[in-house]
Write a protein that binds this ligand. Sequence first.
Ligand code: AMP
Ligand code: ZN
Length: 301
Amino acid sequence: MSQFSQDRLESLTNSLLQPTSANGVHARTGLFEQVIDGLSAAITARRESGTEILRFPPVMSRALVEKSGYLKTFPHLLGCVSCLHGEEAAIRALVEGQAKGPDWLNGLAATDLVLTPAACYPLYPLIAARGAVPAQGLTFDVASYCFRREASHEPGRLQSFRMREYVCVGTPEEALAFRKRWIARAEELAQQLAVPYKLAAASDPFFGRVGKMMAMSQVEQELKFELLIPVNSEEQPTACMSFNYHQDHFGTIWGLRRNAREVAHTACVAFGLDRLGLALFATHGLDLKQWPASARETLSV
Ligand code: AMP
Ligand code: ZN
C-alpha cells in the first residue's frame, strides 16, 4: 500500500517534530536536528565558488515585501507583525483584560515588519542598494526561517519552516544555466540520500482566480520545477526543493541592471530543510544506524 499508515506518520512526526498548540508550528528534536545539520552541510559542500553568504532573520521590512509584488500574488500566505500601541493606561487595561468590550487584540496595529515568506525576498533590495550588477553576475547563499499562513497542516506543511537557497543574478542565459546545474546537483543529492524522487514542472499557489491563470502560464513556460519526495504518500509526493526562473521580475522591480540597457534576470534554487528532513525519515525510518550507507555518509550521521 502506497499511502503511508497514519500511525507510522504520527509516530514519525512525534519523534521528530513535536506539536505545539499552534497548527504547523513544531519543536524540533535532537534526532531531527542531527539530520538537518547534515543536510545543511551537504548543501554547503555543493556551493559554487564565488558565492556570497547571507543569513536573514525571520522578519523583514513590510514596505519591501509590498514592493516585491508578494502582497498581490500571495496575500493569503503573508503574516504581518502587529504590536500594541497607545498610552500606558490603555495598554495595561487591554492586557489585564479590564477593557470594556473587545479584548487586547483590538489594541493591535500593524508594524513596519512582516514575517519573511521566502529566503530570497530580502536579498533583491539589498543587491539593488549596492548599485549595478557586475559583468560576471552574482551568486548568493541565503537562508531564513520562513512563515506562510498555510490553510492545511498535513505532515510537511508547516507555518514556520527553514529555507536555504542559492540565488543567481545575471543574464537570462546565466540564470537558466545556473538553474540547470542545480537541478542536476539536486538529483545527484537525492540519489546519494537514497530517497525516491521525481522532478516535475510546478506552479506557485498564486491567490484567487487571476492566480490560477498565472499558475498555468508558469507551468507552460517551465519557470518552476520541483523535486518531490514521498512524505505522506507515494501518489502525492511532497515538494522538497524548487528551481525557479523569475525572468526579469525582480530585476525590473528592484532596478537590478548590468548596464544602462540590460535588466538582470534572476533564478533561485530553494531547499525546504524541514521537508527534506521529514522525507528522509519517512523513507528510511527513525533508526539512523539502519539508513543506507550513502545517505549516512552524505549527512555524516
Ligand atoms: P517555494 O518558494 O514555494 O518553492 O518553497 C521553497 C521550498 O520551501 C519548497 O520546495 C519546500 O521544500 C519548502 N516549503 C514551502 N512551503 C513549505 C511549508 N508550508 N512547510 C514546509 N516547507 C515548505
Ligand atoms: Zn527564492
